[in-house]
Design a protein around this ligand. Structure first.
Ligand code: NAI
Length: 308
């Protein structure tokens, strides 16, 4: 087991003033990375600004002899955050898209601004920072990017239509950038953390908060960002020292034959078979969809089109 080090590497951690981001920033710095500690320093619902959050983490890193610089921009201004890395350290190797907050409310009561603000920060923010870092990573033939989804983004959750939709968007973004970046050694992975933090302190009790300290999530992020790691496009659930990988699954399905006009009633009559997972297979990429439908209806052309 070799030690994972980030000497000469520069990492941006967004929302690093507290919670998970702070824990990532401290560990990257301990392992030799130069860290851009980004945090807008607003409230738990994304209101206001304050430089203290980022400053205190930079001070902590400097205390143990690490190298870090603060950035106070909202993640919506990704170019400025990446520019901070370039101006101070001349490069960018790793982006941890972590900044975020909640505006939980039932869909019935949701206001347009609750929807928009969550998308602005989680989706546009991750897009903006990653988009600005991307050309540097492509040019140097190395990059590691983490996107932060949530169990709500994978499964849905009551009262989180805005948050779960935004977190699902990050799943799609991470998976597609994994495909687009692979050739240039720019790898993207998506994590769904469980952590006691400002985000969760109002909903969980003290015992759970303690058992899910952000530090338990950090090893996964460090591992995925290691230059020797070949993991790309993965989705992971992680918390309380538990690490697991998520994948989607496809039922065998029912093919009625393309020469037949299939009615809704016929579909209804085979519903149990359509939803039967006894002969299911992992559904790992877009090509597998065409292969599965091609196999089931006997259309070789469809299967060959995308069979790699
Ligand atoms: P946290 O509230 O402790 O930390 C989030 C940080 O992001 C705060 O310091 C905040 O100031 C910063 N931030 C918010 N908006 C920003 C913006 N526009 N620009 C820059 N910084 C901004 O929350 P926590 O728990 O550490 O969350 C980190 C990420 O993990 C978030 O994306 C969250 O949605 C996600 N997550 C957390 C879970 C948990 O159990 N704590 C569960 C699932 C996902």
């Amino acid at each position: 087991m070799s030690n994972i080090r980030f000497y000469d590497q520069v990492v941006i951690v967004t929302g690093a003033g507290g919670g998970l981001g702070r824990a990532y920033a401290l560990e990257f710095a301990k392992r030799g990375a130069k860290v851009v500690v980004n945090d807008l320093g607003g409230s738990g619902s994304g209101i206001g600004e304050n430089s203290k959050a980022a400053d205190s983490v930079v001070a902590k890193i400097k205390e143990f002899g690490g190298d870090a610089v603060a950035n106070y921009d909202s993640v919506e201004f990704g170019e400025r955050i990446v520019q901070t890395a370039i101006d101070n350290y001349g490069r960018i190797d790793i982006v941890i898209n972590n900044a975020g907050f909640l505006r939980d409310v039932s869909f019935t009561k949701m206001q347009d601004r609750d929807w928009q603000k969550i998308f602005n920060v989680h989706v546009d923010g991750a897009y903006s920072v990653t988009k600005a870092a991307w050309p540097y990573m492509q040019a140097q033939g190395f990059g590691r990017i983490i996107f932060t989804t949530s169990a709500a983004g994978i499964y849905g959750n009551f009262g989180q239509a805005n948050y779960s939709a935004a977190k699902s968007a990050l799943l799609g973004l991470g998976k597609t950038l994994a495909i687009e970046g692979a050739r240039k050694n720019v790898y993207s992975n998506v994590i769904a953390p469980i952590a006691g933090s400002r985000l969760t302190e109002t909903i969980w009790d003290e015992e759970i908060l303690k058992a899910t300290s952000p530090e338990y999530v950090v090893p996964l992020v460090i591992k995925l960002c290691d230059e020797n790691s070949v993991e790309n496009g993965g989705v992971f659930e992680v918390g309380a020292s538990w690490f697991a990988k998520i994948r989607t699954e496809r039922s065998k399905g029912v093919a009625f034959g393309v020469e037949n006009n299939v009615s809704a009633e016929q579909v209804a009559s085979r519903w149990a078979d359509i939803c039967n997972f006894e002969q299911s297979e992992p559904a790992l990429d877009i090509g597998s969809t065409f292969v599965a439908v091609g196999d089931m209806v006997g259309l070789d052309l469809l299967a060959k089109k995308t069979n790699k």
